[in-house]
Design a protein around this ligand. Sequence first.
Ligand code: AMP
Length: 282
Amino acid sequence: MKVIKTIQGLRRELQALWQKGERIGFVPTMGYFHQGHVSLMARSVRENDITVVSLFVNPVQFGPTEDLSRYPRDLRRDCAMAKAAGVAVIFIPSVKEMYPQELSTWVSVNALSEGLCGASRPGHFKGVATVVAKLLNIVQPDTMYLGAKDAQQAMVIKKMVCDLNFPARVVVCPTVRERDGLAMSSRNMYLKPDERIAAKALSGALFAAKKDILSGERNALKIISKIKKLILEETGASIEYVSCVSATDLKPVRRIKADVLIALAVRFPSARLIDNQLVILR
Ligand code: AMP
């Protein structure tokens, strides 16, 4: 596996592959890998001639009070995991390499970025969309792999790729979970042991809500208050949001008549966690 730190170095490496028409799979990440990241890499390796992973903790998607400076990092372990997954190239640019001067050009994906996490993280999705646009221009992949764990992010990026005619396919892969149901996340390492045990309540409440909807419950407010109650009973955490939104435009629904996303963000004293379930009505 090649470890490349510069845009020019990456372009030099990919030039021949672009010319030969090799299929390039791309997995953008912020590192501190877990099996969720590995599942995206493995799928890309299966479906493409070569896989490029980017590892970049993107400062412009963090708010001033967020965890940028303490975001977990372990480059050596990450490289070993990516290599074992069959990744051909890992691109690890510095902040200076990605942002040599102050940006004047930003990508804002309106509407989809506004609710859910966008409400409490102003500018977050603008930072995400902008860095992914830059990475798509740098890597020029055939297919990019994203995780359903960050459902709003995946929808925002899909919309950007469509609106701006990026010639890439976007594949959204299922959320990989711990044995007790907790969605894997680099941020889970912040959790204190008692918080980690309590955190299984998030997925537990989402699974129960999905079951209720599939059994016929159509009142979104009832679903939401049951999730909140379960989480408050089992964790000392504060709930940022629990929402039941349309799976197509992320607008809140009252009565469930079509596919919905049930999504939540919860703040433990040590970490903010998100999770979601897509409910497809048959
Ligand atoms: P991150 O490094 O957290 O920015 O995540 C990089 C990519 O991995 C994003 O597309 C995430 O949605 C995806 N991802 C993160 N956690 C999981 C998970 N538990 N299962 C599947 N994909 C994930």
